[in-house]
Unconditional design. Structure first.
Length: 284
C-alpha cells in the first residue's frame, strides 16, 4: 500500500502537474445507471431498496457498496455477487450509451492538447472504466487506477497517492476533479487540491476545494488558477485530516462531519471500524 503523504512541496507552474479525474458522476452521468441496477437487482431477489440507500453509496468503493446492499436490502446474495451483477448491468448500459457530463470531454481534450497528464482515479472496476475510456480519443488518460486494483478504496487516500506516484508527480502539484464527499475526502487526505463538481450529492464549501455546479466552460487555465489558490489552503486542510486520522475514529468522524454529508460520515465510521485508515504520525 502507498504510504500516507505528510509533506507538501510548493509548485509555481501555471497549470497543475497532472489532473486526477473521478469517473462516475464527474466524467459520465452513470450514477442513474448504478441506481437503476441496484433497484433491479434488489427487486429481482425479493428485497427492498430506496433512493436514500442509493444516494448513500455515491462515490463508494464497490466492495463496501456490496456489503451495504446485502445488509440493508434483505437479499441473500453475497457482496461479491452483488458487485458483479451491478458492474455487468452498468457496463451493458454504458456500451449502449455513454452519458457524458457537461464540459468533461471538452476539458479532457483541452488538457490533452496542452500536454497536461491525466489519470482516471475511479472506484469502478477496470472493465467498466475501459468501456468508457474506449469512447474517448487515444491517450486521453496516461493511466487508470480502478477500484479492483487498490487495497483501500475512497475515502482512503491510497487511490490518489497511487495515481500521483505512478505519474511521478507531487500530489500537492496536481488537481483532483470529484463529485462526491467520499472522493473529495480521498483526494484531500492525499494532499491533492480538489475541484468539486456538485451532482447527485451536495458538497459543502471548505478549505482545499473549489466547488462548481458544472465543468461547462472550464478550461486548463481555470484549473491552474484554482489549484494555485487552493494549494496553501490544502496544506492546512491536509494537516488537519492527517491529525484526525492519527486520532482514530472520533477524529476522522469529526473531520467528515465538519464538511461532508451524513452518509460520508457513516462510510468513514465503517472504514475506521474495519481498520481501513492507516495510522500515522501527524506533521508538526
Amino acid at each position: 500500500m502507498t504510504a500516507l503523504r505528510t509533506d507538501v512541496t510548493d509548485v509555481t507552474d501555471d497549470l497543475p502537474a497532472a489532473v486526477l479525474w473521478d469517473l462516475d458522476g464527474t466524467i459520465v452521468d452513470t450514477e442513474p445507471y448504478w441506481i437503476e441496477c441496484e433497484f433491479a437487482l434488489v427487486t429481482a431477489h425479493g428485497g427492498t431498496w430506496s433512493e436514500q440507500h442509493a444516494h448513500a453509496l455515491v462515490g463508494n468503493a464497490l466492495p463496501e457498496s456490496g456489503r451495504y446492499i446485502r445488509e440493508h436490502s434483505g437479499i441473500g446474495l453475497s457482496g461479491e455477487e452483488i458487485v458483479a451483477a451491478l458492474v455487468d448491468g452498468v457496463t451493458t448500459r454504458v456500451r449502449q450509451h455513454v452519458p457524458w457530463r457537461p464540459g468533461a470531454a471538452d476539458l479532457l481534450a483541452a488538457l490533452r492538447a496542452g500536454g497536461v497528464p491525466c489519470a482516471l482515479v475511479t472506484m469502478s472496476y477496470r472493465s467498466l472504466a475501459e468501456a468508457i475510456v474506449s469512447c474517448l480519443p487515444d491517450e486521453t488518460f496516461d493511466l487508470l487506477v480502478t477500484g479492483d486494483e487498490v487495497t483501500y478504496g475512497k475515502p482512503h487516500p491510497e487511490p490518489y497517492l497511487l495515481a500521483a506516484a505512478q505519474l511521478g508527480v507531487d500530489p500537492a502539484a496536481c488537481m483532483a476533479i470529484e463529485d462526491s464527499p467520499t472522493g473529495v475526502a480521498s483526494a484531500t487526505a492525499a494532499g491533492v487540491p480538489v475541484l468539486a463538481v456538485e451532482h447527485i450529492v451536495p458538497i459543502p464549501a471548505a478549505p482545499g476545494r473549489h466547488v462548481v455546479r458544472s465543468l461547462s466552460g472550464v478550461g486548463p487555465a481555470d484549473l491552474g488558477t484554482w489549484s494555485a489558490a487552493l494549494r496553501a489552503l490544502s496544506r492546512s486542510t491536509h494537516r488537519r485530516l492527517i491529525r484526525a486520522i492519527a486520532a482514530g475514529s472520533s477524529g476522522v468522524i469529526n473531520w467528515f462531519r465538519s464538511g461532508s454529508s451524513n452518509s460520508a460520515v457513516s462510510r468513514a465510521r465503517r472504514m475506521i471500524d474495519n481498520h481501513r485508515f492507516v495510522t500515522c504520525t501527524p506533521p508538526s
